[in-house]
Every structure is written in structure tokens, then in C-alpha cells.
Design a protein around this ligand. Sequence first.
Ligand code: FAD
Length: 389
Amino acid sequence: MTADAIIVGAGCTGASAAFWLASRHGQKVVLLERGTVGGGPTGRSSGIVRMHYSYAPLIQLALRSRDVFADFETVVGGSADFKKTGFLLLAPPGQEGTLEANVRLQRSLGGDTTVLDRAAVADLDPRLRTDDVGAGAYEPDSGYADGYATASSFAAAARRHGAVVRENTPAVRLLVEGSRVTGVETPNGRIAAGAVLVAAGPWTPRLLGPLGIVLPIRTTRHQVVLFEVAEPAKPLAFVFVDLGKGFYMRPDVGGQFHGGSVEEYPDEEVPADAFNEGADFEFIEEMATRLAHRVPAFSGVGVKGGYASLYDVTPDWQPVLGPVPGIAGLFIAAGFSGHGFKLSPAIGETLAGLVVTGRYGEIDLSAFRPSRFAEGALIHSPYAHGIVG
Ligand SMILES: Cc1cc2nc3c(=O)[nH]c(=O)nc-3n(C[C@H](O)[C@H](O)[C@H](O)COP(=O)(O)OP(=O)(O)OC[C@H]3O[C@@H](n4cnc5c(N)ncnc54)[C@H](O)[C@@H]3O)c2cc1C
């Protein structure tokens, strides 16, 4: 079998790239997935879609992606199950300057976002405790979507544009001749292609290692708690990140909402194929305590359960994107460090353009090049939590 491009991994990143390559560029695409589409960390994502970043290319990616999420049926087809709830970021005293500078940058790039003082934060929902808040940033157009629906819809749309989607088909080896990629080996035989994009999340280093490419991507376990408030109380209506207390919340159906940590440490490095997929009692208790601090009305909130999945974390908590030096036709999109879902529509679009034309278009992602670690050109967030960017 031959293709123009092979994508390894059908999470939101790979499925998005397959869609754009097939639909916009008319490429003959094969999308390989060792399990099922969206069945990895993508399917466990909290799915938060916000634009608040500190670095222009990330803001551009987030803004473009949000537009795709908001108009998914038209642009892609199918559904990402996007809910426009609004998004609130709370920064503690001392970090107001960073928040304000970010909001200015986001506005200059076309984002609808506003700095809120404590009174304006309380106006959003009077149940929020604000005495230890420095400032807030509010984005009315943000919200959350569904990881599994997003990846499945991208893959289905790619298929409608002629892509071949092979589930239960791992790439076992990347094929290279001289200094060019020539295809991928699978258990069912070889597929030849002039371009290969590895979007295999935490499993990416394993595929690239045999080619002598060492990526500093660690695999860490991250938990999510499902809370529930009893009627007539309601969850906060918007998505919410609390930098002071280091956690996030996201509404869900009915009285249910999700909570998780945005802290980098302590983190738990685990083998990608064998880790505890449940939530720990201590973690649930810790999240409930932080929640009760920020929303005292939620003290004693019900816990419906929880789960855990994986982040593929780089030293600066930013993805590794672009061509692999020395191997023509080989590209990487991995290391999303727990915040890649919201970027995936524009990441796929941008990398599809790169694969076909050899250069970046409107959004230049060359700063995310694989060599930046060796060069010491890391992209650090000015916030204490790298995941916030
Ligand atoms: C609990 C949790 C909450 C999160 N919350 C958010 C959030 O609110 N907002 C946000 O933006 N991001 C969030 N993220 C991060 C986001 O979900 C990820 O960054 C994103 O889903 C990564 O997608 P991906 O396609 O790059 O990788 P993955 O989802 O890891 O997909 C990689 C795929 O590659 C496949 N694969 C691996 N090896 C091979 C092989 N050899 N051959 C073929 N296929 C292979 C895997 O089976 C997998 O399906 C969260 C992540 C987790 C775990």
C-alpha cells in the first residue's frame, strides 16, 4: 500500500491532521491507530477550550481552534460537542501584572477577553470567594468540548475525504532510507509514504528512539474528579482555573462537574501501558478541599467518582512540533503536556500545511522545534503552572 502521508496516532492531534491533509490538500492519507480512534488520553480529556496563553503562537492556535470548535459541523462535519460556557482564570495577588499583560496580548491578536477585579469576579457568581484573588480574566466565547467526539468526527471527516483509517493497527517501526522517511511497518505489512507525522502522544519517544531521536517527553498520570451538587444548587456555569489554589473546574451535565489539578508537582511518572486509571482517595479529598475554599457553598459536595489518564510532558510544558532534523519527510506533533486538546484543530491544520508545502503559513510554530531543548530555547510560561502556558 502507498500513501502521500501516514499519520501515526488517532488522538485529536493525528485525526485533525489527517482531516486537513485529506480535505484541504487532497492528500492520500493513512491514519494508523494502535487502539481505537480517540481511545487514548484524548478520550479522557477535560476538553477545556480557552485562549488564555502568554505566548503569541499558542494564542493564535487557541483562537483559530476555538473558531473551529464553535463551527465544527460546518468546517469539519459531525460534532465536537462544544459548549460555550465562558472561561474564568483567577490569578492570586502578585500575578495581576502577568494576567493583564496576557489579556492585552490576547486582545491584540483578536481575542475577546477582559480583566476583572474582585467585584467583577463576584458578579460572575457570588458564590466565589474573592478575598485572596488578585485579578481575573474572563473569556465569554470559551468553554469545553468532548475529546472522543472531536477525534472521531475528525477521523470520520478525513475518511469522507478519502483517508484510510486503520484502527487496531500499530506502527511498529518507522522506515527510513538514507536521510528520508519511506513509510511505516505495521503487523499487516508495510505502507510506503513520502511523509510520516508521528502524533502518538506518550508513545511517541518509543517510535523515534530506534532512529536515534531522543525526545525529553515524560509520561505522567493525572486525575480527574467528578463532583455533583444536589438540586436546587447548581455548579458554576463557566469553566474556571484557579491559579492560587492550583485547580480547575468544568461544568458537565446536570449537577455534575469535573475538577482537576493544574500543578506541575508532585507528578507521578508512570509506564504508558500500565498505570492506575482510577482516582486516589487523597486526590479527591485534596480537590474537594480546594474547591470548598474557593466556593464555600460547595463544602461537602458529592463525589461521583474519578479517573486518571496520561500527559506527555516536556521540560517547558510545551509541545514538540515540526520536522525531524536529518530525516526528510518525518514530522512530530507530541508532548502536549496536558493542554493539547484545545489546540488540536489548528495544530492539525498548521502541520498539514507544513507537511505539504515545507513551511509554516499564518501561524509559525518553528519555536516548538524538536531541537529547542538541546539549544536551551525553552518556552517557559510566566505563570508558576506551565500547563497554563
Ligand atoms: C485527564 C486529562 C485532562 C485533560 N484536560 C485538558 C483540557 O481541559 N484541555 C486541553 O486542551 N487539554 C487537556 N488535556 C490534554 C489533552 O487531552 C491532550 O494533550 C491531547 O488529547 C493529546 O492528543 P494527542 O492526539 O496528541 O495524543 P493522544 O490522545 O495521546 O493520542 C495518541 C494516540 O496514538 C496512538 N498510538 C500510540 N502509539 C501508536 C503506534 N505505535 N501506532 C499507532 N497508534 C499509536 C494511541 O493509541 C493514541 O490513541 C487533558 C489530558 C488528560 C489526560
